[in-house]
Design a protein around this ligand. Structure first.
Ligand SMILES: [Mn+2]
Length: 281
């Protein structure tokens, strides 16, 4: 099973001011909350199978420094919970696909045995040989070229197709200095798959993905598969759009009581997934 995950912010700035807790960046807090959701996707048909897990939380209203700290602790704790959720989903093997927010050393270090990870790298991490992660593919041969659908950038954009060059190879990440438990490993052996667009259309940002995965990538076909699986991530993006501006308009709800709002949000995530399934069908 493939499960795609992401976090979104539901913002009530200007509508609700008390009792809700904070969303937004620590520097620019606003009343609201965060939703993390994991959606199961059929990798062959691109079809949304259902909601695996959803978590809803807000930062406590307080000092800025305290808020920053709490957010970090929460992020680490939640990451672990997503994996535990994946484990308890009962699938024999589950591939969890995440965007750059999921580029967390501890996620890879503490994954349950039946959980594979496929994450877009956000940080140019240090490797054990002293070199940097994003420099590694420079020494690798291109394995294939493949077409990738690029998601729309916003209203009016229909998206486009990019022709990418795919490279893959082994990388050994060095353990970061901060924020890890003593029993986390000193290094992590993973595979990186790089997909780079050499000839983007005028005015477009070239597509460039550095994908870190625990999946075995033995040949060109397996590398192409990793790129294809990462592309499934757009379905969680679509779920959040359905939840907010393009569908259920959760941010426009009139309910002002926090516990009701959280319950409503939980229902709405499930509803957004169902709507996407109906539209698909
Ligand atoms: Mn995200």
């Amino acid at each position: 099973m493939v499960a795609v995950q992401d976090t979104t912010e539901v913002n009530f700035s200007g509508r609700i001011s008390r009792g809700l807790g904070l969303a937004g960046r620590p520097q620019t807090p606003s009343p609201g909350f965060f939703i993390h959701a994991m959606v199961a996707v059929d990798a062959d048909a691109d079809a949304v199978l259902g909601l695996v897990d959803a978590e809803i939380w807000s930062r406590a209203d307080g000092e800025e420094s305290a808020a920053v700290r709490r957010q970090r602790v929460l992020a680490a704790k939640d990451s672990q919970r997503w994996l535990t959720g994946a484990e308890s989903a009962g699938a024999r093997e589950i591939i969890v696909v995440g965007d750059r927010e999921s580029d967390v050393f501890a996620l890879f270090a503490r994954r349950p045995a039946n959980v594979h990870l496929l994450v877009r790298a956000a940080q140019n991490r240090a490797l054990v040989d002293g070199s940097l992660l994003f420099d590694a593919p420079g020494g690798w041969q291109p394995l294939s070229r493949q077409r990738v659908q690029v998601a729309p950038r916003g209203p009016g954009d229909r998206g486009r197709e990019a022709l990418v060059e795919v490279r893959a190879g082994p990388v050994v990440l060095r353990r970061p200095r901060h924020g890890l438990r003593e029993h986390d490993p000193a290094d992590l052996s993973l595979t990186m798959v790089e997909a780079v667009e050499r000839d983007p259309p005028a005015g477009a940002d070239p597509l460039c993905w550095h994908l870190l995965t625990t999946l075995a990538v033995a040949d060109a076909a397996a590398a192409a598969d990793v790129v294809r699986l990462y592309r499934l991530w757009w379905r969680i993006e679509q779920t959040f759009r359905m939840l907010k501006t393009h569908g259920l308009q959760l941010e426009d709800t009139q309910t002002a009581q926090p516990h009701r709002l959280f319950n409503l949000a939980a229902l709405a995530v499930g509803a957004a997934v169902r709507i996407i399934q109906l539209v698909d069908a």
